[in-house]
Design a protein. Structure first.
Length: 123
C-alpha cells in the first residue's frame, strides 16, 4: 500500500502558497470594508439625487449624506464641504472625492483615492 511511503512532508511551495493566501486574506480584511462603505455611500447618493427638489433641499441632502458617512465610519476622511450638490431643473448631480490611508499589510500603508459622482433625473 502507499501508506508506508507517505511521510507527511510539506513542500516548500505549499508553505509559500499558504503564507501568500494568509497575506491576501489579511489585506482583504482591511481594504474590503472601505470599498464596501464607499459603494454604500454611492447607493445613498443615488437615492438622494432622485429625491424631489421640493421636499429635499440641498442642505437636507447634505445632512442625510453626512449621516450616512457617520454610520459608515467615513467621517474621519469625508467632511461636509467635500460633497458638491448641483440641482438643475430635471436632474441633480452629487459628487464627493476623498482619500483613505489603509495599512494593507503590516508595514505597508497605501492611500486609496475615491471619486464618486452620480447624476440622476429628479422624480
Amino acid at each position: 500500500m502507499s501508506v508506508r511511503r507517505e511521510k507527511g512532508e510539506a513542500r516548500l511551495s505549499s508553505i509559500i502558497w499558504f503564507v501568500a493566501l494568509i497575506g491576501f486574506g489579511y489585506a482583504v480584511w482591511h481594504v474590503g470594508p472601505v470599498y464596501f462603505s464607499g459603494y454604500s455611500l454611492v447607493d445613498k447618493m443615488n437615492e438622494m439625487a432622485r429625491a424631489t427638489k421640493y421636499n429635499h433641499s440641498d442642505e437636507k441632502i447634505l445632512d442625510t449624506l453626512m449621516k450616512e458617512v457617520r454610520e459608515r465610519n467615513l467621517d474621519q476622511w469625508i467632511a461636509r464641504s467635500d460633497f458638491k450638490v448641483n440641482t438643475f431643473d430635471n436632474s441633480r448631480r452629487i459628487s464627493v472625492e476623498y482619500d483613505v490611508p489603509i495599512e494593507v499589510l503590516p508595514g505597508w500603508t497605501r492611500t486609496f483615492h475615491f471619486k464618486h459622482e452620480v447624476d440622476q433625473p429628479i422624480i
